[in-house]
Design a protein around this ligand. Structure first.
Ligand SMILES: [Fe+2]
Length: 307
């Protein structure tokens, strides 16, 4: 359960994963590799805003202009030849074996103040588990803030739901359909977001909640089965963060991971992952063991548009 937050823990990756699968969180102070990746992302963001402060730019431009700056930034960050190497260095510095660790593409996110942009590229995530979106139960999420931020613009965890199942829409979520519709069209959703996503289908008690706050380059590590949400940003500044996911191949093969208490999507996101050391995909026989769909239509792997 979410009863413990480890700070700068030195435990091995294997023991740490066991703790993560039991609902614990890990927070790490900034270190050379994480500072480097955040500096790199910050440089890209600053450049895109051309001298305006990216954290306050929302107050001096129409939301369409903000989207036109942010939308190309996301694929630019994903596709930049430096990005994956920086992420690789980060997981290595935190003790992951690169030959056992598979990484999904890193993403850049922006959460604006006061509901200026809550859809599409600035989607403010409702309470969800990533496992409702076809993530495997052994997936781990890594999250890093790029600028200083406050509890008023943080990510929140909802500890009671580690053990308590929620009635939710994951059973009608299909990953390949999502690749075909939802992800491809994110930038088109400016005023509202009509993409079909799995939501809780019962009232949630979101208090008490936990909002870890760390400096830029700090790292938050948690299980994909944690119920988490984007706090409604009332900090007065746009929050920028980057995140990525990892899967350990040994755990995947042995079916270790967080307990599945309420996730029932079809399809799997496992084809998005690449081995950290040589970019090899996860062997298809392992993937198919997790694929409860035989896709006739939809897209198995989403290719973000090249900037
Ligand atoms: Fe998430």
């Amino acid at each position: 359960m979410l009863d413990t937050i480890f700070f700068d823990s030195r435990m091995s990756d294997q023991v740490r994963r066991e703790q993560l699968y039991r609902g614990r969180l890990f927070v790490f102070s900034p270190r050379p590799s994480s500072i480097e990746v955040c500096d790199f992302a910050r440089g890209m963001i600053n450049e895109a805003f051309g001298g305006r402060d990216p954290r306050t730019a929302q107050f001096s431009m129409p939301v369409e202009e903000f989207v036109s700056i942010c939308a190309p930034l996301k694929p630019a960050f994903i596709h930049h030849p430096k990005t994956l190497n920086l992420i690789k260095n980060l997981v290595a510095e935190l003790g992951c074996l690169l030959c056992d660790t598979y990484i999904d593409v890193p993403r850049l996110r922006m959460v604006t103040h006061g509901g200026y942009l809550t859809s599409g590229v600035g989607y403010a995530h409702h309470p969800h588990r990533d496992t409702w979106y076809s993530a495997p139960m052994c997936q781990l999420n890594w999250w890093l803030p790029i600028y200083p931020f406050e509890a008023e613009s943080a990510m929140a965890f909802h500890p009671r739901y580690w053990e308590q199942p929620i009635r939710n829409g994951s059973r009608s979520f299909n990953y390949y359909q999502w690749n075909a519709d939802g992800r491809a069209n994110a930038a088109k959703h400016i005023r509202s977001d009509t993409r079909v996503q799995p939501h809780a289908e019962e009232p949630l008690e979101l208090e008490p909640q936990v909002r870890p706050v760390c400096p830029p380059g700090g790292i938050l590590l948690f299980s994909a089965a944690q119920l988490h949400s984007t706090v409604q940003n009332t900090s007065g500044l746009t929050r920028y963060s980057l995140d990525f996911r990892t899967v350990n191949i040994g755990d995947l093969g042995a079916r270790r991971g967080a307990p599945n208490i309420d996730s029932g999507p079809t399809g799997t996101s496992l084809r998005d992952f690449r081995r950290a050391d040589d970019l090899a995909p996860i062997p298809e026989d392992l993937v198919s063991g997790y694929d409860n769909d035989s896709p006739q239509e939809g897209i198995l792997v989403f290719e973000p548009p090249t900037p």
